[in-house]
Structure formats: C-alpha cells, structure tokens
Design a protein around this ligand. Structure first.
Ligand SMILES: Cc1cc2nc3c(=O)[nH]c(=O)nc-3n(C[C@H](O)[C@H](O)[C@H](O)COP(=O)(O)OP(=O)(O)OC[C@H]3O[C@@H](n4cnc5c(N)ncnc54)[C@H](O)[C@@H]3O)c2cc1C
Length: 126
C-alpha cells in the first residue's frame, strides 16, 4: 500500500514538493490548499506592467495536480488543525490521516509584536 503524503499549502514550497514527490511511485500525495489558484507573487509585477498575461502568473492547483501524475490529488480546503499524535489533520468535521505531512503554509508578518517568538495572532495549530 502506498504511503500517504499530505502537503498543506500549494505555494512555491508546497507545489515544488509535490512535483518532486510525484516522481516516487510508492507514495500517494494529497495537496490541500484553501485556494484553488496560486498566484506567482514574485512575477506579479510583470503582469501589472503588462508584460505577461494573467494565466502566466496564476497556477491552477487542480490542473497542476492532474498534470503531476495519477498519484497526486488536489483538495481545496482549509486545514483547521493538525493532530500530530494521531497522524491526522482536521478539515471541518472531517479527519484525514497521513504517513508523512508537509506543512507549507507560508508565513505571515506580525506587525507591532515587539518580543521575538510566536506571533500571538496565529491559530494554535499552525
Ligand atoms: C509582491 C511580492 C513579490 C515577491 N517577490 C519575490 C521575489 O522576487 N523573490 C523571492 O524570493 N520572493 C519574493 N516574494 C516572497 C515569496 O512570494 C514568498 O517567499 C513565497 O511565496 C513563500 O512561499 P511559500 O510556499 O512558503 O508560501 P505561500 O506562497 O504563502 O503559500 C502558502 C499556501 O498555503 C495555503 N495555506 C495557508 N494556510 C492554510 C490552511 N490552514 N489550510 C489550507 N491552506 C493553507 C495558502 O493558501 C497558500 O497558498 C514576493 C512576495 C510578494 C507578496
């Protein structure tokens, strides 16, 4: 049975991870992102300047996963929590188990936070 790999976040980090892992036939990968479309932020200035088209700076994650291989599926969902002890993530009322988990949820700035360490505005599990 294939190892179940769950990747949370379809940005640069998550997408690259999926692409690499998709070459391994022993794993089944589920990419989860709350948005179906990923915007290539580092290239948006070219779109704004009229040099490239919208489709050049937008990645349809559903399509990206289909192209990546039969062992890759995309799920549009917000991950609410990670239960590390039980190797599962929580999406609404549902749980999804994993053998390996990749957390590629990006980062947020924490303006006004003076002390180094955890941003107080972050949800407890992410
Ligand atoms: C305008 C702009 C220009 C930039 N230009 C450059 C540049 O030229 N060079 C450079 O190196 N960097 C640049 N950056 C920074 C670069 O875009 C980021 O470093 C990069 O996007 C981080 O990638 P990531 O995959 O870690 O996270 P992200 O791209 O933030 O992806 C995280 C993904 O996780 C998803 N996610 C988060 N939480 C959850 C959840 N709970 N459930 C489900 N999904 C979730 C989000 O929807 C998102 O799709 C730029 C940024 C901006 C805004």
């Amino acid at each position: 049975m294939k190892k179940q790999v769950v990747v949370i976040g379809g940005g640069y980090a998550g997408a690259k991870t999926v692409k690499k892992l998709s070459l391994d036939p022993t794993v089944a990968i589920t990419l989860i992102d709350q948005n179906r479309f990923h915007y290539l932020q580092a290239e948006t200035h070219e779109f704004i300047a009229g040099i490239t088209r919208l489709e050049d700076v937008v990645v349809d994650l559903e399509h990206f996963c289909q192209e990546a291989g039969a062992n890759v599926t995309f799920r549009k969902a917000h991950v609410d929590a990670i239960e590390f002890d039980d190797n599962r993530i929580k999406i609404g009322d549902e749980y999804l188990g994993y053998d390996y988990l990749v957390i590629a949820t990006g980062s947020t700035t924490c303006p006004g936070h003076q002390e180094p360490g955890r941003c107080p505005d972050l949800p407890p599990d992410l």
